[in-house]
Design a protein around this ligand. Structure first.
Ligand SMILES: Cc1cc2nc3c(=O)[nH]c(=O)nc-3n(C[C@H](O)[C@H](O)[C@H](O)COP(=O)(O)O)c2cc1C
Length: 323
């Protein structure tokens, strides 16, 4: 259950992690998580090694900036080439990564067609080389985040587990879905349990955790820690709330008015990060539905947010709905 977590050479006070979410997991999002909760660490979104190595640093702030108010950060990389991954690993270590993860689960066609994301799981020898490239170029703990096997290839989990055990990776994160499965298919806890039983290194279980009951279900796999994805968006207090629930304590979530203020704070920080109000307004459309879980007219609210052009417009809409 909830307890300290040792990953490689680092020990974290708890074993609940905020996972990577493309388009969301940048510094303003993570700072809010730390303002309300104490995760073991939080992740960046997946960052392409090509972007890291070739784009000017000024254009990468959304991916690489750490906020002084946040705790440990795991930088998640996307790669298909060991040399590039080695250089990117050195780079993010210099930027202050506390841990480094390789994305081996992304199902998006554009990523798979480049031989990255979940496509990496089709060639365990090549994946082994990528892991070695990370291990040999950083002193921080290294992981890979995978999906599980589909029904068609029974050997897949065994082959990946063997490669992982041989590779020297410090821990493994398992999202309990096959890459072809959407979120309407339930997370397969039995497949996460397979990796827990097969490996000596810590396994982090991921998929469908949103409250104490789903957390207990994941811990029942025997995993050393858990990762929360979508449920952390729009409720940065979730990890604190779940920890309180597990200790049979009451946790008062913020009033709707405060949630509206957190939404605006999040959006304003995004605008400052990229120095673009337009960017912040577009991002607001992405996160609005998550903050509006308890808003009476959630759909109307999201429609109104989609019509906003400035942060002042967003504030006016938030004031109308978060009451
Ligand atoms: C919008 C969105 C973006 C995501 N981006 C990433 C990503 O950049 N890297 C990654 O490994 N997983 C990504 N994921 C997957 C999540 O990290 C997580 O594995 C998945 O949502 C299951 O966990 P959950 O049920 O707690 O959300 C993303 C998921 C969503 C919904």
């Amino acid at each position: 259950m909830i307890k300290p977590l040792q990953l490689g050479n680092k020990i974290f006070p708890s074993n609940i992690i905020q996972g990577p979410l493309a388009g969301i997991s940048c510094a303003p999002f993570r700072r809010l998580i730390w303002q309300y909760s104490q995760p073991a660490f939080a992740c960046t979104e997946m960052i392409s090694c090509k972007t890291l190595l070739n784009q000017p640093l000024a254009l990468q702030q959304r991916f690489v900036k750490k906020d002084p108010a946040e705790g440990p950060v795991c930088f998640q990389l996307s790669a298909n080439n060991p040399e590039e991954l080695a250089d990117a690993t050195k780079k993010v270590t210099d930027y202050g990564a506390d841990l480094i993860d390789l994305n081996c689960g992304c199902p998006v066609r554009k990523i798979r067609s480049k031989g990255a994301g979940s496509k990496l799981l089709t060639d365990s020898a090549a994946l082994f080389k990528l892991i070695r490239a990370m291990k040999e170029n950083t002193h921080v703990p290294v992981s890979i985040k995978i999906r599980v096997q589909g029904d068609s290839n029974e050997k897949f989990n065994h082959e990946i587990a063997k490669m992982v055990a041989d590779s020297g990776v410090d821990y493994l994160i398992v999202h309990g879905r096959h890459w072809t499965e959407r979120y309407d298919v339930a997370c397969r806890h039995d497949e996460i349990e397979f990796f827990v039983n097969e490996l000596k290194i810590p396994v982090i279980g991921n998929g469908d955790i949103a409250d104490a009951a789903s957390l207990k279900k994941m811990f029942a796999t025997g995993c050393a820690g858990v990762m929360i994805g979508r449920a952390g968006v729009g409720q940065p207090w979730l990890i604190a709330k779940i920890i309180a629930e597990m200790q049979a304590e009451k946790y008062a979530i913020p009033a709707l008015k405060e949630i509206g203020a957190v939404f605006i704070d999040h959006v304003e920080q995004l605008g400052e990060l990229i120095r673009s109000e337009k960017f912040a307004v577009l991002q607001a459309r992405k996160v609005a539905k998550y903050y509006a879980r308890d808003v009476a007219n959630r759909i109307d609210f999201c429609v109104a947010i989609n019509g906003c052009k400035t942060i002042a417009d967003l504030k006016a809409v938030a004031l109308r709905y978060f009451i």
